[in-house]
Design a protein around this ligand. Structure first.
Ligand SMILES: [Zn+2]
Length: 263
């Protein structure tokens, strides 16, 4: 069986930013860690494929990974872009048009990114809101407006929508397909099977605290570490359905702050 692990990053920590929120810090992988992780993929000869191969069922290897980066931070351009050119690997950047308080990509950078053959631009919505908490009208706005904006800016089709906080339901999936997306992307940790031509693609988010040993386990689909992570992410998804994406993030931060818990 062919399997694809979609890996998700956010802002990259270069050590230069000092005014970021704790939530941003939780997801900001250090540049050196990202390099070590990419080196490991090369060393293990794991192919890095574009998302389009997954949805078009043209995956050739038994195990491959795809790389995505969420939110549209400036480090997409200043850190990730040079690295993906150096390693010659494909990446999909999911851009949120507003709603984040750290430095964002500017138009010229988005246009330059989208001009590279290894880069695909996807939508991460307009306001970075938990889609399950919005009205149908608001959901349609997030899906349609972000798609149109990015398509007119880049001159290229926007085929993928990464769900803010990874949250969705059947209505959101239906509206996404109606809006013209080929797939939506969650943050549920699960292997993707290209044979099933997924409309819903699952992803694993690397965090600042992810060690290289944990990363190595995650790029081994049969490992216990992967299965554990998969179960935890499903529980988190169910809990977030009840309490909302913002609350889940607050809980995550509180959990990491507990006395005696090492970071
Ligand atoms: Zn996001």
């Amino acid at each position: 069986m062919k399997r694809v692990l979609v890996i998700n990053y956010h802002r990259i920590d270069t050590g230069a930013e000092t005014d970021t929120s704790r939530l941003e810090q939780l997801y900001a992988v250090r540049r050196e860690s990202l390099v070590t992780q990419l080196d490991l993929l090369v060393k293990k000869q794991i192919p890095v494929i574009p998302l389009s191969s997954l949805v078009s069922n043209s995956v050739r290897d038994n195990f491959s990974v795809a790389i995505t980066v969420d939110d549209g931070n400036e480090t997409d351009y200043s850190v990730v872009f040079p690295l993906i050119r150096k390693y010659n690997i494909p990446v999909t950047f999911f851009l949120s048009l507003t709603g984040k308080n750290v430095s964002h990509l500017i138009r010229e950078q988005i246009i330059e990114l989208s001009g590279n053959e290894n880069v695909v631009i996807g939508s991460h919505g307009v306001n970075h809101k938990d889609m399950t908490r919005l009205s149908r009208k608001e959901q349609e706005y997030e899906l349609h407006y972000s798609k149109q904006f990015l398509e007119s800016l880049t001159g290229k089709p926007v085929n993928f929508f990464a769900l803010p906080y990874g949250m969705y339901n059947r209505q959101i999936l239906r509206l996404s397909i109606e809006a013209g997306y080929k797939a939506i992307l969650t943050t549920i940790v699960r292997m993707n099977n290209p044979r099933t031509c997924p409309l819903v693609i699952h992803r694993w988010s690397v965090k600042s605290e992810t060690s290289i040993r944990q990363f190595e386990k995650m790029i081994n689909p049969g490992s216990v570490g992967f299965k554990m992570n998969s179960v935890i992410s499903m529980v988190k998804f169910s809990a977030t359905r009840i309490i909302g994406g913002g609350m889940t993030n607050r809980f995550n931060l509180w959990f990491r702050q507990k006395p005696g818990k090492k970071n």
